[in-house]
Design a binder for this molecule. Structure first.
Ligand code: UT7
Length: 320
């Protein structure tokens, strides 16, 4: 038995912020953002929270799967922007759904968070500790952006995507994941500083800082390697895959990966144009997009890949 996805859902905040709007409040332009990244607009929260977006995405995934909240025995949320340090976003979702039989916890693997969640639940399923689970990738990244730093704030957005998985034959065929903590400094956001009586540091709620070029180099080398490893484990060729659903950080990264795999860009669906980079939520939002457009048929082989802060990466091959 492995984890098979049986329903998807997503939820984006109501407010849409275009590149043109950003160019009225900072020194940037639609031309710079579109040509460097492919991003045209992103959704940003006003009233919504990481938990409220997660809950709605989760409800939609459960409705599509035809699964009742009480049937869930696990809820995992991949996020680095939970509303609280504790309780976890997953516990908030559990309460909101009334999923009384589910154990709930978050995973922080940044942009690979949904993939790490899927691989984790797969391991639980394989050892018989879980049968039906709700996985969510959710972020309110706009809270941890320095809106005076045009090199980062224009790239990211807010949103949530979800999938219901069930123990079945088939499903998750092969996976690869890894971390390179030595490169962690290239994409970092410090937690609050310590203010205990022995330290008394200045209060500092720092914001996200990224060395874009280092992360770019990491992505265009590690991601194709990870995809090749997964294909090799499954005994398949790149052309056997119907769609490659990659973390939506930058269109140029996706083009570079397609080129390395010698696969047409048509097989790489895109959501970054209207969502920006939503970290752990990127892959499940894109999966829900593709699913709801009716682009997936039973038996299709799909590759999902997330990569980013940590630095971390996770790739898997699933059968629809
Ligand atoms: O989700 C985690 C994974 N993250 C990623 O994968 C991100 C990977 N990296 C990237 O996508 C790209 O490196 C960026 C899109 C972040 C940046 O693109 P770049 O081609 O590496 O640009 P750059 O950082 O080298 O900046 C080029 C110029 C600089 O000006 P000078 O020094 O050449 O005069 C920047 O100051 O562009 C300037 N710049 C901007 N100009 C207008 C930086 N941000 C902006 C902006 N608007 N928003």
């Amino acid at each position: 038995m492995t984890a098979r996805i049986i329903g998807t859902g997503s939820c984006l905040p109501e407010a849409i912020v275009t590149n043109d709007y950003l160019s009225t409040i900072m020194d940037t332009s639609d031309e710079w953002i579109s040509s460097r990244t492919g991003i045209k607009e992103r959704h940003l929260v006003k009233e919504e929270t990481t938990a409220s977006l997660s809950l709605e995405a989760g409800r939609r995934a459960l409705a599509e799967a035809g699964v009742a909240p009480e049937e869930l025995d696990m809820i995992i949320v991949g996020t680095l922007t939970g509303d609280y340090i504790t309780p976890s976003t997953a516990c908030e979702v559990q309460a909101g759904l009334g999923a009384v039989n589910a154990v709930a916890f978050d995973i922080n693997a940044a942009c690979a968070g949904f993939l790490f969640s899927l691989h984790t639940v797969n391991a639980y399923i394989q050892c018989g500790m879980c049968r039906t689970a709700l996985l969510i990738g959710a972020e309110t990244l706009s809270r941890i952006m320095d809106w005076g730093d045009r090199s980062t704030c224009v790239l990211f957005g807010d949103g949530a995507g979800a999938a219901v998985v069930q123990a079945q034959e088939g499903g998750l065929i092969a996976y690869d994941q890894g971390s390179d903590g030595e490169k962690g400094k290239y994409l970092a956001c410090r937690n609050r500083t310590n203010n205990n009586p022995l330290v008394q540091t200045e209060k500092n709620y720092s914001y996200t800082q990224m060395d874009g070029q280092e992360v770019y180099k990491f992505a265009v080398t590690y991601v194709p390697n990870s995809i090749h490893k997964v294909l090799e484990k499954a005994g398949l060729q790149p052309e056997d895959i119907k769609y490659y659903l990659l973390h939506q950080a930058n269109l140029r990264i996706i083009q570079a990966v397609a080129k390395r795999l010698k696969i047409s860009l048509d097989r790489f669906p895109i959501s970054l144009d209207h969502c920006g980079n939503v970290s752990a939520a990127s892959v499940p939002i894109l999966l829900d997009d593709v699913n709801r457009k009716g682009m997936l048929q039973k038996g299709d082989k799909i590759i999902l890949s997330g990569f980013g802060g940590g630095l971390t990466w996770g790739t898997c091959l699933i059968e629809w």
